[in-house]
Design a protein around this ligand. Structure first.
Ligand code: KG4
Ligand code: ZN
Length: 369
């Protein structure tokens, strides 16, 4: 039977073929493939085009093409991002398959980030995943980007890779989200706390922008902070009830502080750059860890993880380790390549969905939020 040529079932002529059925169609899968599938994963939610291949929970390859085009604009330009994804997607997927040492006929399913993210960017990955899967007559698996960040802890690089046991707490800190989650299973979680305004990554990026350090500012602040004094300047954290966060006030107080100092000394940022970075980093990371520790204490959960782009931050990593030692917890810090956006995390989420035979319909659209 020829493959349907349309994504949207309602646009297709009535051929008698069910579009929903495509998810289950294709060649018969062996028992081994059902248990240990080979999954191609695609991530294109923001400004990184990434593809990965996993066999079961084992990573075979993870290719990331970061888009440099946004640097000159001080932030991600959505239209440029989707265009760059279009240019990158084929070579990136090709490299991921080659690096994995497999033939594309060995792939059992394609997992992709459906959202949240930039719609135009998501569209490139979603469309590619669908057409690739259609060409091979294999199912597609939709993945939520945030869930993928959390599940990145289950990616195995080797037999010794440690994985958390349920329940565990995960601090998810990315450019758009800041949440403390209690994970009960791969797909069951409770939000214990979250930001009521900006995300931590957003606040860090904003502080970097105010100091004209370029985009994304997180890694630059992290690097410069290593040479600075974290107690040089004090920025107050707001008292927010429960386990919630708020970062917009910190961002504003940083802005006003610098405005006042610059009025007296126009070279203030230049001459105090590393102290400023160390101080604002300590303020934001200290706040993150304080609430995380509160949540850990309240729940009595013994395993704690961090995930998302900000989990690459060296101060956050060391502070969470110290908290673990202080409270005798088992701590999970992701390898750097799984902190910021990558397709391997989409692949692991896809793997757990594959085991549940949780496949998506070919007409599924991406979502921004
Ligand atoms: O998870 P991610 O790559 O993308 C989103 O899903 O948003 O997170 C990006 C965020 C940015 O705000 C970036 O500045 C921050 O992660 N980030 C860092 C570091 N590396 C990336 N923040 C602090 N220190 C770092 N080393
Ligand atoms: Zn992300």
């Amino acid at each position: 039977m020829p493959l349907p040529r349309y994504y949207n079932a309602k646009d297709a002529p009535d051929t008698g073929a069910s579009f929903v059925a495509i998810k289950a169609r294709g060649r018969a899968r062996t028992k081994e493939e059902m248990d240990i599938p080979t999954i191609l994963a695609i991530e294109s939610s923001c400004d990184d085009t990434s593809a990965a291949v996993l066999r079961g929970d084992r990573i075979l390859s993870n290719v990331i093409a970061s888009q440099k085009v946004h640097e000159q604009y001080g932030g991600v330009v959505p239209e440029l991002a989707s265009r760059a994804h279009q240019q990158n997607i084929v070579p990136v997927v090709d490299a991921a398959i080659r690096n994995a040492g497999i033939a594309k006929q060995q792939i059992n399913a394609v997992a992709f980030t459906r959202g949240p993210g930039l719609l135009g960017s998501l569209m490139v990955g979603v469309s590619f995943a669908k057409s690739f899967a259609q060409a091979l007559s294999i199912p597609i698996i939709e993945v939520n980007h945030l869930q993928a960040h959390v599940l990145s802890h289950f990616i195995k690089e080797n037999d010794l890779s440690p994985v958390p046991q349920f329940p565990f707490i995960c601090l998810l800190v990315s450019g758009g989200h800041t949440q403390i989650l209690l994970l009960r299973s791969h797909f069951e979680f409770e939000v214990l706390g979250q930001t009521i305004d900006d995300a931590a990554g957003e606040a860090i990026d904003k502080a970097a922008k105010i100091m004209d350090l370029g985009y994304p500012g997180g890694p630059v602040i992290d690097r410069l902070a290593k040479e600075g004094n974290p107690d040089a300047f004090h920025f107050a954290t707001p008292s927010i009830p429960g386990n919630d966060y708020s970062f917009s006030g910190i961002k504003t107080s940083f802005l006003y502080f610098l405005r006042d100092r610059l009025a007296e000394d126009p070279a203030f940022i230049e001459t105090h750059k590393s102290d400023l970075c160390a101080s604002i980093q300590q303020c934001i990371i200290g706040f993150l860890v304080k609430k995380l520790e509160k949540a850990v204490k309240e729940t009595g959960v013994r395993q704690v993880a961090i995930a998302g782009g900000v989990s690459a931050n060296s101060l956050l990593r060391s502070q969470v380790q110290l908290m673990g030692q202080r409270r005798r917890l088992q701590v999970f810090i992701p390898p750097f390549q799984f902190c910021t956006d990558n397709a391997a995390m989409v692949g692991i989420a896809g793997y757990f969905k594959y085991l549940r035979q949780d496949f998506a319909d070919i007409s599924l659209p991406p979502y921004a939020r």
